[in-house]
Each structure stands twice: as structure tokens, then as C-alpha cells.
Design a protein around this ligand. Structure first.
Ligand code: NIG
Ligand code: FE
Length: 433
């Protein structure tokens, strides 16, 4: 065991972990998890994890850890936590969220209960556009406070890495303000935040019937400015009926790549769009995929583009159909799971709830759901070198669950069994249950 590096925060040793889900790759496989490898959790029974300097130093059996000469010598300086009867896994990587909004969309909620669909409500003036005025008027500090509240709520439920999108401002200034709010909130949160510019969420009202002009604003103004100010790592597009076309998406991806940013898209949520022309952009992730074709699943399987499924949206919109997870997994695509936390289609910060939906509605096994919510989530953000598994050298992002068996994380419905999380080596307690 390599001695931890010198650091201001004390080293942390978790011992007697009933099941330590390391997600270490068994075969030296370096790509995202696909097919049967999605269910390999590399569990150590009665495990121990040593963290120092915000990194994982070792993951092994408790008895091996306690025999280690460095640990024996430094035991009094190490913060030691007995995790008997608990399960430890890599912190959840929530790779798709929209936390920069001001108010919940309660009118849309009631309209849907009365029988309206997401698209009908959007056409009648609800939907994404109805969240825009609030964000445009809000002060940056107000938005940052909202984002920080969401990040804390996520951490309390086991999430340690979050992708956060702008997308409810839809002007250069208010998209920049949204991304700055994400940056300011992230600076106060011990976990890791990856930012995404979603200027192409919908065409704003003032560009009605002039979508191509708005796409120009996104490509020529928003993207270069965001890249110059280093406010985002990715550019996202909502490519679907009522939002942006595949041609718009190619233009936006082209601009993003020219500015050195990664790309991802919301796609095949409401209708089918061919994925093939977009895959040449080395897209990090394509999200939703309710209407993906069999041919495109075969194309996806040949790439490192992750298929991120967000079943919280299907649940909250009251849909009968859910994304075809089994077809994607068995077809060899790399599947991830995320909350899609947003005020319109998925107001949940709980990856545990998403795991539950993945098992009950997508027919993923609990093991597959956990790998999709950790290691493949990290791949979806291109953070696989640092996140998503408990292996020496990776960031010390762990989450501890008060359950005897990891399958219970997906089994208990609408309850939070996260005892505490470790985010980049810092402990954050969950609210008492
Ligand atoms: O991922 N589909 C586009 N964007 C969000 C919904 C955003 C909203 O309705 O506010 C989604 O479902
Ligand atoms: Fe989304």
C-alpha cells in the first residue's frame, strides 16, 4: 500500500464495509461498460477504503488494510469509520441535470394531470419557454443559491459529480449568467460539477419563425464567448420536434468543436432522429433515446458515445413507454442513467429513485443500474479517469448506504438510504431520516 501524500485534511479509512462495490474493471477493459460487463461490480466483502488528499489510496479487505504497516503506524492520525452493516459504492455521477431555474412549473403539472401532453402544453405557451422569464429577471446570486440547494440535495442522496446545464435564459447574457451561477454554486460545493451550455434548448419567443437566426446567435456569439470565458465543458442541443433540427444540431456541434468544447444532445425523446450523421462529432452522450431505431443502436455500439437514459422524465410525464434499455444493453451500447433534474419533465434530485425506475420499468438489474449510474455516468462526462469507480488514484468520491445488500438501493421506493457521502475526500452527512 502506498503511503498517502501529505495533506491538510486527515486521511480517511472506512472499514468493515459489508459490500464494497469497487467497479474496478476485471479485464483491464478501458472503455465504458457494455453488454454483460455492465453488471460487474467487483464487490469486496468486509472491505476497507483508504482516502487521502482527496484521492483513493487503496481498496481492499479490512484485514489487509489493518495489517498495512503505514496504516498501523499512522492509525491515530487517520479518521476511521466503522461501516459494519453498510454498503459503499462510488458516488453517483448524475450526468444530466438542469438546475438553473427559479420556480416549479405547477400549471403544466396540473394541465398534464387533466390530460394535456408535454408537447401540447409547450405549444400553448407552457413548457421550457415558461421558465425563461424567471431566469432572465433573476439576479445571478438568486440562481446560484438555487443551484447550490439542488447540489446539496443531490449529495444528501449519494451524488458526488453533477453535470449542470444552462438553458432557461436563451439570450447571450442570460445563458452566461446561468453558467456563472453554476460556477459560483460549484465553488461552494465539495463535489465536482461539469457545466454545459444548452443555449439551443428551444427557440425563444422573440425568434419565432426565425430559428436559423437564433442558431446563428448560438454558434457565433454564445459558444465562442462561453469557450473564451471557460464557463462550460460541453454544448448540448435539444434535437427534436418543436426544438432544433438535425441540421441545426450539426451546425451547433461544428461551432462547439471549433471552440474546443465537447458535445452532447437531447434526442429521440418525442420523435425519431437519425443518430448516424451526428456520431462523427464524437458525441460524449446522447440522452433520452425513447425512439431510437435498431439500426442506430448498432451504430451507437461501435462508438464511445454513451446512451444516457432518464426514466424520471417518462415517469413524471405519465408516459406508458420507457426507453429501450434492454435493447440498448444487449445491442452493445454503453448505457448510463441520470436524473434529468428540471422543473418541466423530471423534478427529482434522486439517483436512488432513478435506479428504482431503471429496475422496475427499464428491466435493468440492480447491478446494471449501479454501473450505469456511476462508471458509465463518468464516461458520459468524459471523466472516467477520475470518477465512477473506487480504485487507487481516482478521486475520493464515495457514498455509504445503510443497507445490508446493494440491491436494496434500487429496491426501497422513494426513501433515502444514503448515510453519508465523501466528495473529493470531504465528508457530507445526509439529513437524519
Ligand atoms: O430533458 N427535453 C428537453 N429538456 C428537458 C425538459 C426541460 C423542461 O421541460 O423544462 C428534458 O426533459
Ligand atoms: Fe434534459
Amino acid at each position: 500500500m502506498t503511503p498517502p501524500t501529505k495533506t491538510e485534511t486527515p486521511a480517511l479509512l472506512l472499514v468493515n464495509i459489508s459490500q464494497l462495490l469497487t467497479l474496478r474493471s476485471p479485464s483491464g477493459n478501458s472503455g465504458p461498460r457494455r453488454g454483460i460487463s455492465l453488471k460487474e461490480l467487483a464487490i469486496i466483502k468486509n472491505g476497507a477504503v483508504l482516502c487521502s488528499g482527496g484521492k483513493i489510496v487503496s481498496a481492499c479487505k479490512t484485514k489487509e488494510a489493518l495489517r498495512d504497516p503505514w496504516i498501523r503506524k499512522n492509525r491515530r492520525k487517520i479518521v476511521e469509520i466503522d461501516c459494519a452493516g453498510q454498503v459503499v459504492l462510488p458516488g453517483f455521477v448524475d450526468s444530466h441535470t438542469h438546475p438553473v431555474f427559479v420556480t416549479p412549473r405547477l400549471v403544466d403539472f396540473e394541465k398534464r394531470i387533466a390530460g394535456g401532453t408535454y408537447e401540447q402544453i409547450a405549444k400553448a405557451g407552457g413548457g421550457i419557454r415558461s421558465s425563461v422569464e424567471g431566469v432572465r429577471k433573476a439576479a445571478k446570486k438568486q440562481l446560484a443559491d438555487k443551484v447550490l440547494d439542488a447540489l446539496h440535495e443531490m449529495a444528501e442522496q449519494g451524488t458526488t459529480t453533477v453535470e449542470a446545464k444552462s438553458g432557461y435564459g436563451l439570450t447571450v447574457d442570460s445563458e452566461i449568467k446561468s453558467l456563472e451561477a453554476i460556477r459560483d454554486a460549484a465553488a461552494k460545493w465539495p463535489g465536482t460539477v461539469i457545466s454545459t451550455l444548452l443555449g439551443a434548448h428551444v427557440v425563444p419567443k422573440e425568434f419565432h419563425n426565425r430559428a436559423h437566426e437564433y442558431v446563428e446567435v448560438v454558434c457565433k456569439q454564445m459558444i465562442p464567448l462561453v469557450a473564451k470565458r471557460k464557463l462550460a465543458q460541453f454544448v448540448d442541443v435539444f434535437t427534436d420536434r418543436g426544438a432544433f433540427t438535425a441540421e441545426d444540431t450539426e451546425k451547433i456541434f461544428d461551432a462547439a468543436k471549433k471552440s474546443g468544447l465537447g458535445v452532447r444532445a437531447h434526442i429521440c425523446q418525442l420523435s425519431e432522429t437519425a443518430l448516424r450523421p451526428l456520431l462523427r462529432f464524437r458525441v460524449a452522450s446522447l440522452d433520452h433515446l425513447d425512439h431510437v431505431s435498431d439500426g442506430d443502436i448498432r451504430q451507437l455500439a461501435k462508438t464511445e458515445t454513451v446512451a444516457t437514459l432518464v426514466p424520471g422524465a417518462n415517469y413524471f410525464l405519465g408516459l406508458e413507454k420507457f426507453p429501450p434499455a434492454r435493447k440498448l444493453i444487449e445491442g452493445g451500447a454503453a448505457v448510463a442513467l441520470a436524473t434529468d433534474y428540471n422543473p418541466g419533465s423530471s423534478p427529482t434530485a434522486s439517483m436512488q429513485f432513478v435506479l428504482s425506475l431503471a429496475c422496475t420499468h427499464l428491466k435493468m438489474s440492480p447491478a446494471e443500474a449501479i454501473a450505469a449510474a456511476t462508471l458509465n455516468g463518468a464516461w458520459a462526462l468524459r471523466m472516467q479517469e477520475r470518477k465512477g469507480s473506487i480504485e487507487p488514484g481516482k478521486d475520493a468520491d464515495l457514498t455509504v448506504f445503510d443497507v445490508g445488500d446493494y440491491r436494496e438501493i434500487a429496491y426501497w421506493v422513494a426513501s433515502n438510504h444514503c448515510a453519508f457521502s465523501v466528495l473529493n475526500g470531504a465528508m457530507a452527512a445526509s439529513a437524519p431520516r
